[in-house]
Write a protein that binds this ligand. Sequence first.
Ligand code: MRU
Length: 335
Amino acid sequence: MSSNYGPAFEPIEWHRNRVRILDQTLLPGDVRYIETDDYRVVADAIRRLAVRGAPLIGIAAAYGVALAAARGESATDAAETLRATRPTAVNLGWALERVLAASDVAGEAILIHDEQRAADLRTGELGAELIADGATVLTHCNTGSLATGGIGSALGVIKMAHRQGKRVHVLADETRPLLQGARLTAWELHQEGIPFEIIVDGAAAGLIAGGDVQAVFVGADRIAANGDTANKVGTYGVALASHAHDVPFYVVAPVSTIDARTATGDAIVIEDRGEDEVLSFAGARSAPGGAVARNPAFDVTPAHLISAIVTERGVLRGPFGGAIAELSAREAALR
Ligand code: MRU
């Protein structure tokens, strides 16, 4: 099933003081849901990447606080547990601040979710203008419905261009170690009927150099005040290759992913994950006994490598400092 206005599946749903989360660790093989009224289960799902992607992490955390409130538990304790799950995506703290300040916590969480769906559609329309008919575009990680709850950010732009009738072909980085590209982006592209090929992460630079890619679209977990952008590890390498070969490199993200309180990318905390994710493949140990690994989950792309930042409020061009300050001030005045 595919709809023009929303995801073909719901990655998270709130119903009568319970939350239903699509367990992304099991996709694409198994479509199974986690149902709970306990915020601790939501926190665990975020930690394990059963629910993931910066905007969706924020939505899940907001519903988590709503569960605590519904059971008469402390909203602030719940928020602290949820905040500690993953450090890089700014949407997590942003959504928690919103629900903690609200009198109707569940209502605010539902509003955050609804606003994200609307933001994705607007961003998709703005970003689709950057895709030429017949283009091959490259994307990294998963930035679709599974990452936002709407049509997606970077993947939403690609979906929108396809829905507008443009012929678009996608190269999806597999995104080691957890394969968000090969498992999740491919799952969504298949459902949308968008032609795609999965490539290993190491193939991206060569294909960009060879002229096989007309534009790159990626998401973001945190955008600093100067435009430096943290996203899934491997993004920086793709940005370097794009810059070297004059291929436009676009970051697509909701305004809630902009963190004007963080001056530059140097101050962004990068999540370190367990070494098992690197030393194993599909649940089986792939490295020799005694091998150790380093597993940063994100990297930072400096602003000068980014051609534009596409948001629901417009397309920002570099140098980004002034545009981000203006946008953040406008957003603050709206709240
Ligand atoms: O570790 P993940 O899977 O949560 O990382 C996701 C990403 O890096 C996405 O690109 C980012 O959150 C943007 S999602 C619209």
